[in-house]
Write a protein that binds this ligand. Structure first.
Ligand code: FAD
Length: 317
């Protein structure tokens, strides 16, 4: 069943979880352990992130450096397939423009097709650490919309070189990202919304939000999106704080504001335990309010916070 059908056919608020593939050189058992903690909540689907490669420079001496491409978390497609097979849950691997040529992307689509995975989340991806602005891979897609168009062509049976795909296949369905507090590179919220509208018109079935802590931002974003003619489900992306450092680091990294009440309480936290208790309490409050506001589903970012996410979902399940 496609993600859009799973969400719209669910009688209760649907839950989904985002997981990261293991660090290169580590095993998948820990990931299974995380899913085991969450599966009792009947996740409708599980997202697996994709991580672009970065360039690292190894000093060789005499002022010489060797440039190496390093992907710290490879294996998205394999991890998605393993989860689908082991748990029978719909999986949604993330697909990126960054770090991928159009040909690389095509190979990912072919692998997914062979594995029977037909839902993906279409993203541009972040800039490389050494770049001040996003630079697409030579021969790669520059925006999520271009990646959507490539998938649409694939669905229509056309490879990137224009040749036909002969084998019949189930078309890919996909969602896209959106930003209640605006994407950091957008000159203003209106422009950002216009590009979201284009992403939906290009074929996205739904949009998942960047994490946020102020529900008013989400509700007013959805209102503006509806006024702009965007009718697809807008799924709130939720991440509870699980330790002290996150109270400052997460808002800074993801360019989101804390509402006054949460900011005041955050200032009082002095230990990881206090931060975790506040994170859990705030997240439960946030989820209850979103559910009362009629959200189609809740999508949890679990990185570094699986146990907190479990406590939250247990309280609202
Ligand atoms: P786009 O939609 O391409 O937008 C990027 C910027 O360009 C925005 O400012 C937008 O307004 C503007 N824009 C859009 N289209 C155009 C156009 N055609 N012409 C000009 N401007 C345009 N990152 C990862 O690396 N891996 C992941 O697995 C991952 N998962 C994520 C999951 C979710 C739910 C979310 C919300 C984000 C995720 N990200 C991930 C982060 C995401 O890749 C970054 O936020 C990235 O900077 C933007 O991606 P996008 O798909 O929104 O880009």
């Amino acid at each position: 069943m496609r993600v859009i059908d799973l969400i719209t056919s669910s009688e209760k608020t649907a839950f989904s979880f985002e997981l990261l593939p293991p660090l290169k050189g580590t095993g998948i058992e820990r990931l299974y352990g995380d899913i085991d903690k969450l599966k009792e909540f009947d996740p409708k689907y599980i997202n697996i992130t994709t991580h672009r490669s970065e360039y690292v420079y190894q000093e060789l001496g005499d002022g010489l450096y060797k440039r190496q491409r390093l992907r710290r978390r490879p294996g998205t497609v394999a991890v998605a397939a393993a989860i689908q097979q082991r748990y029978g849950i719909t999986v949604v691997p993330h697909m990126l423009c960054s770090g991928f040529t159009r040909e690389d992307t095509e190979y990912v689509l072919l692998d997914l097709q062979f594995l029977g995975i037909t839902d993906v989340l279409v993203l541009r991806g972040d800039k490389a650490r050494h770049e001040s602005a996003f630079v697409p891979e030579p021969g790669g897609n520059a925006h999520a919309i271009e990646l959507e168009e490539q998938i649409n062509d694939f669905n229509r049976g056309i490879f990137v070189d224009g040749s036909p795909i002969r084998a019949p296949h189930t078309p890919f369905s996909y969602g896209v990202a959106c930003y209640p507090e605006k994407h950091e590179e957008s000159p203003n919220a209106e422009q950002d919304l216009l590009w979201l509208k284009r992403k939906v018109e290009t074929g996205a079935d739904y949009a998942v939000t960047q994490l946020f802590y102020d529900n008013n931002r989400y509700f007013s974003f959805v209102k503006r999106a509806r006024e702009a003619g965007i009718t697809v489900p807008i799924i709130p992306g939720i991440k509870p704080f699980s330790k002290l450092s996150q109270l400052t680091m997460v808002p800074k990294t993801f360019k989101v504001d804390l509402p006054d009440e949460l900011a005041r309480e955050a200032l009082k936290c002095k230990t990881d335990e206090e931060a975790r208790a506040l994170g859990t309490e705030w997240c439960i409050h946030q989820c209850r309010e979103l559910m009362a506001g009629g959200v189609p589903s809740l999508h949890f970012y679990t990185v570094g916070a699986v146990d907190v996410v479990r406590d939250v979902v247990k309280a609202i399940f």
